[in-house]
Ligand binder design. Structure first.
Ligand code: AHR
Length: 508
């Protein structure tokens, strides 16, 4: 059996783990809102129309912050259409997804839904068809206590207390030609700066995120980040990254390379942020918001993105995830954790139906897609801080990545509970990995309190309404203490979480 080793030391901390890295995304797109989180008349819906089954699965998923209202939808959105008396709200054409938007769900419903789901809201302003004037009015509506036109408008809509939304996106994918009102880096950088200034004058406690490139293959990638930040470095706290993984060759080794590319993407954007800082001789560090990431390639054709006739809430981007997609998502989560010093926010795109970990049938049940599981386990067990993990592993070379490590791992330690969590992906298609865990500085009586494995012999296995638990984590007996040292056998093509506890500290 192939051997590998993971060494960590309690004193070698990479960073605290910001819980915002377990974010997700709700866009007015397809059946994400309508038929997803909101479906009046559904058997599980409450008086507000919030589906109870989706709320329960959202809580189980453990997501911490949710981005809204888009996505591309944000760049044509008139937020005023979605507040006030529901029956008086206008229906409008949504040019992002060629759909009709009824506006029956809007900002106040979203805030109520976030409270019910126990997640933090993240909002975005429309810098596509509109600009800083709309942005400052929207913020005044949401966060100003009262005594001004838009704050009073909110109060007249039944929301006495301000929503106090902290995290705001300054537009969405403004470099993309598909974006309504796309901009050059010069145009957008100036607009982001001026908008951020105005927003901060209203609420100095805001966290503001500027748009990075829509993805790493954009022709302006790199120069876009540099030029945008050169304008708004003083005003922005974050820059965004987006990526959608694709299995282009149907060879699992090649597919795994997308995880290494995600890591390179993060490190490149960090380098650009710090180059802008260096030019200014500034100690400020821009943080990264990976606010759209997921697997998305099967439901990615024009037919999956547009239905004729401007329908209301059509089935769009309904990607069905399989076992290998779950491994990719598990690997991406490890990568996000291992960059926790700079990635302080990330949103799995999206939450339900639209490239979502949760699927529903309109009027019917909801179930967990395969990718739900690594996300839920990471959100549950990755607590506290990320340790610097030294991973000794064999490598393989693929067309895209030379020396690709077969074992990917991240380790978190929760000072509050004293628990260590190890997340490990075995990327070998043929070999089990015999992994020695060497956690140093944790006391002599470490015990395995949980060991769960995500594995299925068929990489194309999916979960469905008829068989919702085909791919699901199971307890593994292949993790045990051997001579006082944790030892794990990781099956080929498996993702595993191991939780260790210092029994001495617990019994004290
Ligand atoms: O998540 C789907 C779409 O992908 C979003 O609307 C957009 O921002 C990205 O291109």
């Amino acid at each position: 059996m192939t051997k590998a080793k993971i060494t960590v030391d309690r004193d070698f901390v990479l960073s605290d783990l910001d819980r915002r890295v377990f974010g997700a995304f709700v866009e007015h797109l397809g059946r994400c809102v309508y038929g997803g989180i909101y479906e009046p008349g559904h058997p599980t819906a409450d008086a507000r129309g919030f589906r109870g089954d989706v709320l329960a699965l959202t809580k189980e998923l453990g997501t911490t912050i949710i981005r809204y209202p888009g996505g591309n939808f944000m760049s044509g959105y008139d937020w005023e259409d979605g507040v006030g008396a529901v029956d008086e709200r206008p229906k409008k054409l949504d040019l992002a997804w060629f759909s009709t938007e009824t506006n029956r769900f809007g900002t106040n419903e979203f805030i109520d839904w976030c409270k019910a789901a126990e997640v933090e809201p993240m909002l975005g302003v429309n810098l596509g068809t509109r600009g800083m004037d709309e942005a400052r009015q929207y913020l005044e509506y949401c966060n100003h206590p009262g005594g001004s036109h838009f704050a009073e408008l909110r109060r007249s809509h039944g929301y006495e207390a301000p929503h106090d939304v902290k995290f705001w996106c300054l537009g969405n994918e403004m470099d993309g030609p598909w974006q309504i009102g796309a901009k050059t880096a010069q145009e957008y950088g100036r607009l982001a700066k001026e908008t951020a200034k105005a927003l901060r004058w209203i609420d100095p406690t805001l966290i503001l995120s500027a748009c990075g490139s829509s993805h790493r293959q954009m022709p302006t990638y790199g120069t876009w980040e540099y030029e945008v930040l050169d304008h708004c470095f003083d005003e922005a706290d974050f820059i965004s990254l987006h990526t959608y993984f694709a299995n282009k060759t149907d060879e699992i080794d090649e597919y795994f390379g997308v995880i290494d590319q995600m890591d390179s993407f993060i490190k490149e954007v960090v380098a650009i942020c710090d180059a802008v800082a260096a030019k200014r001789r500034s100690p400020k560090r821009i943080m990264l918001s990976f606010d759209e990431w997921n697997v998305w390639y099967k439901a990615h054709t024009i037919e999956h993105m547009r239905k004729p006739g401007w329908p209301e809430a059509p089935a769009l981007l309904e990607e069905i995830y399989n076992m290998e997609d779950a491994l990719i998502v598990g690997g991406a989560l490890i990568t996000l954790m291992n960059n926790a010093d700079r990635v302080k926010c990330a949103c799995l795109a999206q939450l339900v139906n639209v490239i979502g970990p949760i699927m529903t049938e309109t009027g019917g049940p909801a179930w967990r897609q395969t990718i739900f599981h690594p996300f839920a386990l990471a959100a549950r067990y990755a607590q506290g801080r990320v340790l610097q993990a030294k991973v000794e592993t064999p490598t393989i070379s693929t067309k895209a990545v030379s020396d690709m490590p077969l074992l990917l791992a991240s380790v978190t330690e929760d000072p509050a509970s004293g628990r260590l969590a190890i997340f490990a992906l075995n990327r070998s298609a043929t070999e089990s990995l015999d992994v020695t865990l060497d956690p140093r500085g944790f006391g002599s009586r470490l015990e395995v309190v949980e060991a769960l494995e995500l594995h299925h012999p068929n990489l194309k296995a999916i979960n469905s309404k008829a068989a919702p638990d085909t791919v699901t984590p199971t307890a593994t007996a292949d993790v045990r203490m051997s001579d006082g040292q944790p030892q794990a056998i990781l099956k080929p093509l498996s993702w595993t979480v191991i939780v260790l506890e210092d029994a001495e500290a617990r019994d004290r």
